[in-house]
Design a protein around this ligand. Sequence first.
Ligand SMILES: C[S@@+](CC[C@H](N)C(=O)[O-])C[C@H]1O[C@@H](n2cnc3c(N)ncnc32)[C@H](O)[C@@H]1O
Length: 238
Amino acid sequence: MARPDFSRRSETVELMDTEPSALDDYAACLADLAQVNVVTLAYRPTLAFLDRVARLAPHDRTLRILDAGTGYGDMLRRIGRWARRRGIAVELTGIDLNPRARQAAPADEIPIRWVTADILSYRPAERPDIVLSSLFAHHLDDAAIVRFLAWMEAEAALGWFLSDLQRHPLPYDLFRLLAKIARWHRFVRHDGPVSISRAFVRADWRRYLAAAGLDAAQVAIEWHLPFRLCLARLRGAS
Ligand SMILES: C[S@@+](CC[C@H](N)C(=O)[O-])C[C@H]1O[C@@H](n2cnc3c(N)ncnc32)[C@H](O)[C@@H]1O
């Protein structure tokens, strides 16, 4: 694979989006992706955002949380345990375009409602309080990202949090090395570096926010260790 030009988003496609595979193989890929999430501390920014939500939101009702591009659902299972520890009632919905995501996900005590749909055309029957996504936005092209931002702003009653990667040569090289050592699934070995090359720098997000008609003062662009670039929008936050 040729080294990407990090000055702009790559258009190389990911194998998990394009290559046919048996359900077992796909499930193995998602399980390895969940391991990547653990190793790269991927849950932390989202859980820290939810801590902020919990301080602002009323505690006498169920918090409706929707995860866009949920994949294996590991983020939602983490959130289920986070909520349980804090005594917060949550209703968790995972949306994924790929019907095999819900089939591949492991059985777990945390109840999750699975929906197979394209998030950009999905209209929730009941408005979610919070919309989340992790490692999802970089799968979209620029125009779809702008639509996704507008979708979250319209649908999320309390706020939304988008967690993705920073486009930078250092994580690109480090991930290639790590994936080789860890012997992760071939999709993960290929798609991890591609994801970084499809990901973002701050200027991209400023442009997308403006194109979506969002007030940049109300959406924080946050960098989290290691090489995560996230957007946080919380209504009613000072
Ligand atoms: C890299 S995976 C991330 C999974 C999970 N959020 C995580 O952090 O491990 C991206 C997921 O987004 C899903 N996806 C891509 N386009 C989508 C769309 N338009 N609507 C809903 N899901 C989509 C893919 O099927 C895939 O499961």
